[in-house]
Write a protein that binds this ligand. Structure first.
Ligand code: TEU
Ligand code: CA
Length: 564
């Protein structure tokens, strides 16, 4: 490992600024709030902070709709606050990575304002403009240039009255897609990225970056239940995606002093694609966020048609990515983020086995080969939220799904049940710092209700409890820092056919780690010989010693052994 690959032994912490810490009582988290909580992150032991978007934005999608890439939204603070935060982070020996949202801008970005103003505006071609479908008048039902369905429900095309043409938006109408075919667009993005690197940031997490190269013939997609079509195959991992990533690398990162981290968020990416994106010899990205393991519980109707998760599917998926990105390429490791429900509620048991399952899941994730990401609140075991009605929700995706359900005469309670299970707002309630009325997040009223369980589930109550979820995360992160086998060892799955126990070995230069975790709420007996190992860490004390090559694991018990 060269210094340029420093991120191979790093741990990243994701901050969703809106919900992290509020300094001025307006109920919205902000940059001074983050500055005031850096002790928490340092105590946890992380190396890198990834900030979800803090740029100027109308907040149709909580900042993933940017109207000025080179300014901070006033709700979060100022550029001076940002420089102060960056200096504090660096002073504490940590790095800071920005979110880069360049598949689309806000419709309030000056680029789009110009583009929409007339058919011959010089920026017209910066976005995807198309006339109504042949034989249709603009505005007719079905007149959209393609039948694609947006990620947030409804068509991906909106008719703009100024010119009578449609523009493309894979997400909300307030998030028009940039046209990456146009070199001026690409070079404007690269210039903006260089501006942030010059300011001192340490890299980028690139939002839906594998959607930037579209099939320019814009074919219809296979029709689905909603009547709209699935455009995904025509815009995901498109024909020029690797060319664009290599160009970005050349234009932005190549030949620069400093150590950066790049991670591409890539829905639908296969491990075969991921190897190409992350093979260092190809100069594209350091790692990608893949979605295989977080789509396992999506049913045929998509995420709001959830189905039960099978542990065997989860094991097979995680193991496959460990194996296939074993030599060329590199994994990012995550169980949750601001788009996913809380991992302990989804993959664990947030009732009777809350602490045990949160720590067991953390153990298997953090002992993997790859770069782990901790999503804010995960390190204290924050859970899904008992949203009572649609009034409690804030997320555009969930609200659109709810409204569509009501408008089409389907069962709203069924929609609420799905949203409680898988909706993005589960991960967006304020970080639970203490047991105070607003969980220590704000002195005002939080923009989204705090989870009622903050009275017993909060950071303050965990720092000094050695058995807490927080202290377990601390120990896992410490192991990565101190044992090279954790970051660099190879991976081998054990007990591949067991339906509940996930076990694997990591090996490097004569050191072997053996990780075994019961990912179920029933006891498990497994044949595993640990005679030549010492117990390094477990999440349940005292543990049952092994006898005759058999291990008895209590519900959600997880152990890490190391060769003697
Ligand atoms: O998410 C992209 C994405 O594919 C999904 O996770 C998406 O959030 C949705 O849940 C699909 O059902 C990224 C951001 O992380 C997300 O917050 C943004 O809303 C989205 O892009 C658009 O910028
Ligand atoms: Ca605030």
């Amino acid at each position: 490992t060269t210094d340029a690959q420093w991120w191979k032994s790093a741990v990243v912490y994701q901050i969703y600024p809106r919900s992290f810490a509020d300094s001025n009582g307006d109920g919205i988290g902000d940059l001074p709030g983050i500055r005031s909580r850096l002790d928490h992150l340092q105590r946890l032991g992380i190396d890198v902070i990834w900030l979800s978007p803090i740029y100027r934005s109308p907040h149709a999608d909580n900042g993933y709709d940017i109207s000025d890439y080179q300014d901070i939204d006033p709700v979060f603070g100022t550029l001076a606050d940002f420089d102060g935060l960056l200096a504090d982070v660096h002073q504490r020996g940590m790095k800071l990575v920005m979110d880069l949202v360049v598949n689309h801008t806000s419709d309030e970005h000056p680029w789009f304002r110009e583009s929409r103003s007339s058919s011959d505006n010089p920026k017209r071609d910066w976005y995807w403009w198309r006339p109504a479908r042949d034989g249709f008048e603009p505005g007719d039902p079905g007149a959209e240039p393609t039948n694609w369905e947006s990620f947030f429900s409804g068509p991906t095309w909106t008719l703009d009255p100024i010119t009578g043409e449609y523009y493309l938006h894979l997400f909300d109408p307030k998030q028009p897609d940039l046209n990456w075919e146009n070199p001026e667009v690409r070079h404007a993005v690269y210039a903006m990225m260089r501006w942030w690197l010059d300011r001192g940031v340490d890299g980028f997490r690139m939002d839906v970056i594998n959607l930037i190269s579209k099939d320019t013939t814009l074919p219809d997609g296979a029709p689905g239940a909603s009547g709209l079509g699935n455009g995904f195959p025509h815009y995901a991992n498109g024909p020029r995606i690797h060319e664009f990533m290599q160009e970005m690398h050349r234009e932005v990162f190549a030949g620069r002093d400093g150590q950066y981290l790049t991670v591409g968020e890539m829905p639908g990416v296969t491990w075969q694609d991921a190897v190409l994106f992350t093979d260092p010899a190809r100069h594209e990205l350091d790692m990608v966020f893949q979605f295989e393991h977080v789509n396992l519980d999506h049913g045929p109707g998509g995420k709001f048609d959830p189905r039960p998760l099978r542990v065997s599917d989860l094991k097979a998926s995680l193991g496959r990515w460990q194996r296939e990105l074993g030599t060329a390429g590199w994994n990012s490791l995550y169980l949750g983020n601001h788009d996913q429900p809380r991992s302990v509620s989804r993959f664990g048991d947030d009732g009777a086995h809350w602490r045990e399952s949160a720590t067991a899941l953390a153990t298997v994730l953090h002992m993997h080969r790859g770069t782990p990401y901790v999503y804010q609140g995960e390190e204290i075991g924050m859970t899904n939220v008992p949203f009572a009605t649609a009034e409690d929700l804030r997320d555009i995706e969930s609200l659109n799904h709810y409204r569509k359900t009501v408008a089409t005469g389907q069962d709203p309670e069924r929609a609420m049940a799905a949203i409680r299970h898988i909706g993005r707002d589960n991960a967006r309630t304020p970080v639970q710092w203490d047991d105070g009325p607003q969980a220590g997040f704000t002195t005002g009223t939080a923009w989204i209700g705090v989870n009622p369980n903050h009275t017993w589930l909060n950071a303050a109550g965990q720092y000094d409890d050695p058995e807490s979820v927080f202290c377990h995360y601390q120990r896992l992160i410490e192991l990565r820092r101190t044992l090279p086998v954790v970051a660099h060892g190879d991976f081998q799955m054990l007990l591949a056919d067991h339906p509940a126990v996930y076990a694997y070995q990591r090996q490097r230069e004569g050191t072997t780690l053996l990780v075994v975790a019961n990912l179920a709420s029933e006891q498990a007996d497994v044949a595993l010989d640990v005679e030549h190992y010492d117990l390094l860490l477990s999440n349940i004390e005292p543990y049952t010693p092994s006898t005759n090559g058999q291990l008895v694991l209590t519900p959600w018990e997880a152990r890490i052994y190391i060769t003697t």
